[in-house]
Design a binder for this molecule. Structure first.
Ligand code: PLP
Length: 448
């Protein structure tokens, strides 16, 4: 039998891991996973971990889900992949039809890519190219929000505002204008979130008054800015922003890569504001965490601006090799079937009260601040005994991470923000265990 250590040694001699200072592995080695089942990951020695972060916000219906497995296996025997330029296939057509039907009204065309960041590149290029085709080439800039995250390719970093990702590459990036975030945590003493919303919208109006003529689009992460530390805002911000984008004639790009597919309590976050963006970006949960896929939905009017004789050079020539991969589309179709079959949105909503009850002891803990929940995203910030944030250098979140691992939970904090983005299939028992271990992790982190 191979041990965990065998795999760790082999890993560390060849791999370079994402989002990692590899030297950290000298003290905290990567965990080799032999298999997954339901909400659990198992290492090579039988130790298990509850996947409380859905393996980076992807997994919706557990690991090795028999229903999804079966559908991918069936597809595998039919067609593994085919070029999507000049050719088409059943899963991509069916998936496109179903996404058009499920997403807010007016999004009638689907363009595919093979991961989230590439999807953002598609959205930015599509918006820019639309204005160029509309004889408005001077509209070539973007507006993004403070603390935004849209992926890590260079175009996506241009609309990002988290310095650990953007700073080093600044010379390579064409930065967007950054507008204040409507993050409810910015409410000052005596203020409500509605005040923050109103202030963020009037700041956006001021920016648009100055820059709309040069602006292609405003890009936002609807309802929750996940990578920034699960920062949440009101649906009213989105409806206000939609109105401003209409008034100033700029596109609204909704990046629902993290929040789509039920995460915020509705299938798509935009539904809660009753808005239709000009471009909607989907990835992550689209295949329930099985295979890389991104879908960008847009309006017939954007699509029509590219539709012309070949000589006009209006076509959108963007492409990725694995665009619309049939196996990924089959996984996505199985995912949508599970949403319907198990009435997942409704069932998740019914579990809200149970989740709130379980997080009450956490919310009351002196070393926890800002416990917050939007649908199936629950987050809280570690604070010291005086209720102040710990110095970043103390890395208290890392202590929480270690404690949780020792107690069979994969909880991967963002700095000192602990969060749960679990599969939708956690049992009541697993939810209780998650809350208990998180409480222990808070205490371990507070002890230092
Ligand atoms: C993860 C994420 C992306 C990037 O997706 P990748 O597949 O990791 O490239 C973009 N936007 C948001 C909001 C995300 O959470």
């Amino acid at each position: 039998m191979t041990t965990n250590q065998d795999w760790i040694d082999r890993d560390l001699s060849v791999l370079w891991h994402p989002c990692t200072q590899m030297k950290d592995h000298e003290t905290l080695p990567p965990i080799p996973v032999a298999r997954g089942s339901g909400s659990w990951l198992y290492d090579f020695e039988g130790k298990r971990y509850l996947d409380a972060i859905g393996s980076w916000w992807l997994n919706l219906f557990g690991h090795a889900n028999p229903f999804i497995n079966e559908r991918i296996k069936n597809q595998l025997d039919q067609l593994e992949h085919v070029i999507l330029a000049g050719f088409s296939h059943q899963p991509v057509i069916e998936l496109s039809e179903r996404l058009v039907a499920l997403t807010p009204p007016g999004l009638d065309r689907v363009f595919f890519a093979d991961n989230g960041s590439s999807g953002i590149e598609v959205a930015l290029k599509m918006s820019f190219h639309y204005w160029r085709n509309a004889n408005r080439p001077e509209k070539n800039r973007f507006i993004a929000l403070e603390n935004s995250y849209h992926g890590e390719t260079l175009g996506a970093l241009g609309v990002g505002n988290i310095s650990v990702f953007t700073e080093t590459y600044a010379p390579l990036i064409r930065p967007a204008t950054i507008a204040p975030s409507p993050d409810c945590q910015k409410a000052g003493p005596g203020e409500t979130c509605a005040d923050v919303t109103a202030r963020a919208l009037s700041a956006m109006r001021a920016i648009l008054e100055r820059e709309a003529d040069q602006t292609c689009a405003v890009i936002v992460e609807p309802l929750v800015q996940c990578a920034a530390g699960m920062r949440m805002h009101e649906p009213a911000y989105l409806s206000g922003l939609r109105a401003l984008c209409d008034e100033f004639d700029v596109h609204l790009i909704a990046d629902e890569i993290a929040v789509g597919f039920g995460r915020t309590g509705t299938m798509f976050a935009c539904e809660q504001a009753g808005i239709t963006p000009d471009i909607l970006c989907l990835s992550k949960g689209i295949t329930a965490g099985y295979l890389p896929l991104a879908a960008m939905l847009t309006t017939e009017s954007i699509y029509q601006a590219f539709y012309a004789d070949r000589a006009s050079r209006r076509a959108f020539l963007h492409s990725h090799s694995y665009t619309g991969n049939p196996l990924a589309c089959a996984a996505a179709l199985a995912t949508l079937d599970l949403f319907e079959r198990d009435r997942v949105i409704e069932r998740n909503r019914q579990r809200g009260a149970m989740i709130d009850a379980l997080s009450t002891p956490l919310a009351a803990h002196p070393n926890v601040a800002n416990l917050r929940r939007t649908g199936m995203i629950i987050a809280m910030d570690l604070v010291d005994d005086q209720g102040q944030a710990f110095a970043r250098t103390e890395r208290r979140g890392l202590l929480a991470y270690r404690h949780a691992l020792e107690h069979e939970v994969l909880l991967r904090p963002l700095g000192d923000t602990l969060y749960w983005i679990p599969p939708y299939t956690l049992s009541d028992e697993e939810w209780r265990m998650l809350a208990d271990v998180t409480l222990g992790a808070v205490e371990a982190a507070a002890r230092g």
